[in-house]
Design a protein around this ligand. Structure first.
Ligand SMILES: [Cu+2]
Length: 331
């Protein structure tokens, strides 16, 4: 028995703690809180039914088991039992009502029907294999794989896709919603605590689906206004005009600019690289340092299978270094 028990306990605890950074039960906002309460209510009802039914199953199997004395016994014939029949009809109905009322209420309150009430901020999210694009609708700012929002403000995410179906999911802030090609879905999220929250694609969308991650930075309203002002001004003027930097800039213009913009307003086939110098991850999967950046430019698929960026194997080490140096100054 023990031989079975320990692996079982181990795998259960492993599953329960496996997604440390994506906890649906550690919510940080009213949308997610409402959903968490529903999860807990339905789990509670489920446990109640499970425990009741299985205890009765075990008790009756034991109580009416075959014994030597009872071997030839034929149990009396019982026809119907009103009390029992009413009980097992009424109890499930009551349980379903307890589950249905808050679920339907919650679903309607989370739908966008009350979007007219009050100011809401809007951000357009476009899913690409395998990265995220965020556009601030009234600011002309485009970001990739990271998004900034103010605390205590409902934010409407307009969800679109450039290629296949993706799904937008920030577990601590709320449930998921699909991004479909050819249509826009709306999802309102609301963060009540500052911090950095992890998000990911929740719809199998290709080889690097599981690497399609993003970060939501929730900041105070003041720092948010400051941040918007800084970004709206555009990238800071080049301060580090070393030879290597200039060389990198030239290489960037001739090799990369066709897919990548380097100021926040640009919008093209690849992620906007403004701000890449201050990101802690490259393509949201590997730590941002010179070593990894050179490797990424040379062979992006070694980090992200199926990535839609060509590798630049023909660039020399010096050229990769210059590019990496240039990118590290895009802050
Ligand atoms: Cu995806």
């Amino acid at each position: 028995m023990k031989r079975l028990l320990y692996p079982l306990l181990f795998s259960v605890s492993f599953i329960l703690t496996g997604c440390n950074s994506l906890q649906v039960l550690d919510t940080k906002g009213p949308v997610a809180k409402l959903q968490e309460n529903l999860i807990q209510l339905s789990t509670g009802i489920m446990l109640f039914v499970f425990i009741t039914v299985f205890s009765m199953f075990v008790i009756f199997t034991w109580k009416y088991r075959e014994t030597p004395q009872r071997r030839d016994m034929i149990p009396p014939y019982v026809k119907g039992n009103k009390k029992l029949e009413i009980a097992w009809t009424v109890i499930p109905i009551v349980l379903l009502l307890i589950l249905a009322v808050p679920t339907v209420q919650g679903t309607f309150s989370l739908s966008d029907s009350q979007k007219e009430q009050g100011e809401k901020m809007e951000i357009t999210v476009t899913g690409h294999q395998y990265w995220w694009e965020f556009e601030y609708n009234d600011q002309a700012i485009t970001l990739s794989n990271e998004v900034w929002i103010p605390v205590d403000t409902p934010v409407v995410f307009n969800l679109k896709s450039e290629d296949v179906i993706h799904s937008f999911w920030v577990p601590k802030l709320g449930g998921k919603k699909d991004l479909n090609p050819g249509g826009t879905n709306r999802l309102t999220l609301h963060a009540s605590e500052t911090g950095v929250y992890e998000g990911k694609c929740a719809e199998l969308c290709g080889a690097s689906h599981s690497l399609m991650r993003f970060k939501v930075h929730v900041v105070s309203k003041d720092s948010y206004d400051q941040w918007i002002n800084d970004k709206a001004k555009g990238p800071a003027p080049d301060t580090a005009a070393s030879a290597s930097y200039e060389k990198g800039k030239k290489l960037f213009t001739s090799n990369c600019l066709s897919c990548h913009a380097a100021d926040y307003t640009g919008n093209s086939d690849g992620p906007n690289l403004a701000g890449i110098g201050s990101k802690d991850m490259i393509a949201s999967v590997v730590p941002n340092n010179e070593q990894n950046m050179k490797k990424w430019i040379k062979d992006p698929k070694s980090f992200k299978p199926g990535a839609k960026m060509p590798g630049f194997k023909e660039l020399s080490d010096k050229e990769l270094e210059a590019l990496s140096n240039y990118l590290s100054h895009l802050e």
